[in-house]
Design a protein. Structure first.
Length: 368
């Protein structure tokens, strides 16, 4: 097996200006690794913010110009590296409605191409390196569950053999709103096939749910962090809608630790249930928490003086919205095979809000 340690030379991390990527670098240097932090544009506001933080960590080399849409842009970063933590992705689900980073400017196309074509560029650079022995890919629960949750029996537990493309009509599967899930499914298959063909390096996939936790620098704010922050700051959520919904949370610190444990593991991952993929979903045994009640209750418990925002619970026609969470997960495979650990969701939310306030991301509205 292709297990690595900090003694095997530097490792590379893609997507370092993002939330998970920045935490991945931090986790690795805290365990003695030399890290090549891949950034698309160090001169952008996002890049500058990222570089300012990461350059203060020991053993970090910033590699600028690493673009998913540019062939060969990862060649230098991967040359001589022992492993690649491929975290970079195009996210078309930010509150401003723009994909990040932009490729063609078509959100659905950028999201899909950023996964598939972008990862092909990563694979090509790995194959050129002659040194990389393992890639750990950050996929998503979207590749596991997709839109199937509402059709499942009460209490169904997601496992690694589940794919969101299972038993889905092809016309529905190819709709733009499924571009993210489709990109993750197809990219997982692409990486596994490339690893098999290579014979030199292997691949492990992590499938996280909604990634939350402490914010290291402002450029990391987006997605679920931004929405919980809005509620903590007295505003209503605005993405993916203003309505109440269930949040399936994983702490980013537990996620990146599991990435590292997977990289260091000598287990034959392909022979485990569901192959070399690991669901990371469910904080402290609580898989799904409703934003408008359970999550706000956690926030108010730690910050009782904050006036909290509220998601909408009725439609524009005055009808109550109907939401339910039928399936769950306790990440049993990650716990038993990797030794992954999970902190309580209360700690995750507390640290998210605290760091957001400290960085000036949230300006709390205080009760009278």
């Amino acid at each position: 097996m292709s297990a690595i340690t900090s003694r095997n030379g530097p490792v590379a991390v893609t997507g370092c200006s993002g939330f998970t990527g920045g935490h991945m670098v931090r986790e690795l240097v805290h365990h003695g690794y030399s890290v090549r932090a891949c950034i698309r544009d160090a001169s952008s506001w996002r890049g500058k913010d990222c570089v300012d933080y990461l350059s203060r960590l020991p053993g970090v080399e910033i590699i600028d110009g690493c673009d998913l849409f540019t062939e060969g842009s990862y060649d230098d970063a991967f040359a001589g590296a022992s492993a690649v933590f491929h975290v970079a992705a195009v996210l078309g689900n930010s509150a401003d409605g723009k994909s990040q980073p932009l490729g063609a400017g078509d959100i659905a196309k950028d999201v899909y191409d950023g996964g598939l074509s972008g990862t092909q560029n990563v694979i090509d650079s790995i194959n050129k390196s002659d040194s990389v022995s393992r890639i750990i890919y950050t996929s998503s629960m979207a590749a596991v569950s997709g839109a199937k949750g509402a059709t499942l029996a009460e209490g169904y537990e997601w496992i690694e053999t589940d794919w969101s493309s299972d038993a889905v009509d092809e016309e529905v599967w190819n709709k733009p709103q499924n571009s993210y899930a489709k990109s993750k499914v197809d990219t997982e298959h692409l990486i596994n096939a490339a690893a098999e063909l290579s014979g030199r390096w292997d691949a492990i996939t992590m499938n996280p749910a909604m990634i939350c936790g402490p914010v290291l620098f402002k450029a990391q704010v987006g997605q679920w962090i931004e929405q919980i922050g809005r509620v903590a700051g007295g505003l209503e959520p605005n993405w993916p809608s203003k309505y109440d919904m269930y949040y399936n949370i994983i702490d980013v610190r537990d996620l990146v630790k599991a990435h590292r444990l997977a990289a260091e593991s000598s287990v034959d991952h392909k022979e485990t249930q569901g192959g070399s993929r690991y669901i990371m979903h469910g904080s402290g045994g609580r898989s799904a928490l409703r934003l408008g009640s359970e999550l706000t209750e956690i926030i108010s418990g730690f910050f009782p003086s904050f006036h909290l925002g509220e998601p909408a619970t009725v439609t524009s026609k005055g009808e109550p919205i109907k939401i339910e969470s039928r399936a769950f997960n306790d990440s049993k495979k990650a716990k038993s095979v990797l030794g992954a650990t999970f902190r309580s969701v209360d700690e995750t939310i507390r640290d998210l809000v605290e760091t957001s306030v400290e960085l000036g991301v949230i300006s709390p509205q205080l009760k009278d």
